[in-house]
Design a protein around this ligand. Sequence first.
Ligand SMILES: [Zn+2]
Length: 291
Amino acid sequence: MAIKNAFTVDVEEWFHICGVESLLDKSKWGSYESRVVQNTTRLLDLLDDHQVKGTFFVLGWIAERYPEMVGDIYDRGHEIGTHGLDHRPVYRLKPERFRKNLRRSLDILEDITGERTEMHRAPSFSIHEKAAWAFDVMADEGIRYDSSIFFGRRDIGGTESPLFFERAVFGIYTPNGLIVEYPITTKSIMGKSVPVTGGGYMRATPKFVLKRLIDSMHEEGLPICLYAHPSDIDPDRLVPEGIGLRKRFNARVGVKTAEKKLRFLLENYEFCPMGEIIDGAEILSFKRLRR
Ligand SMILES: [Zn+2]
């Protein structure tokens, strides 16, 4: 039987890029050109074409402004999760601020769908060993499933702590209960851990290389956790003014062919919401967090 993979989307704008906050002050977000609705709708149509349901982690800031779009995602049968409130890295927040923001983002989504989601993904994989308290707070606020851990080194987010080294779904016991973690799929390439099946990495990776990587994961019996952003498939993706060359490259690479690439993956592999992967997974590893 073919292995089912998770199709996940982080619903945010082109200007929600961590690490360039000085160029993109939050007070100005409302004045930038918005492209999230048109690009999310294209993603939704693409998934409908292939009769695939996925998990959409919606940023609170976005849900507040575009409730009809969130309603559309929900009505088309996709799973809704929270991507936090305002895209600030979790490790930069104090636990109490994280709790308030998380609760607010859950309230906004619940007002739209009538359901309180139990799923969370942090912006920019920003939960690491120094922000492990976030799991405790999440469990206390009713989160049961998380997909924020990226094992590897990045400018922002990611962790190399052995505490979080897992390639399959694993459990995290917090003093407030269990969180099931579905880590971002990574592949070791030339000694570097790379999240090939998502965002800019996926856009930059040739189709045949992606296929080889996914096939090798499947040979090990592991599903991949694909993640996309609405702006990944925007051929005219906007880039913040004054952004560095490397970040500009990361933002723009492969945007013109990304939709075709996703179509190829949807035609050649099976995808489902994250909850289905977690429900079907045998959890072999558990971590324990202490206060
Ligand atoms: Zn994000």
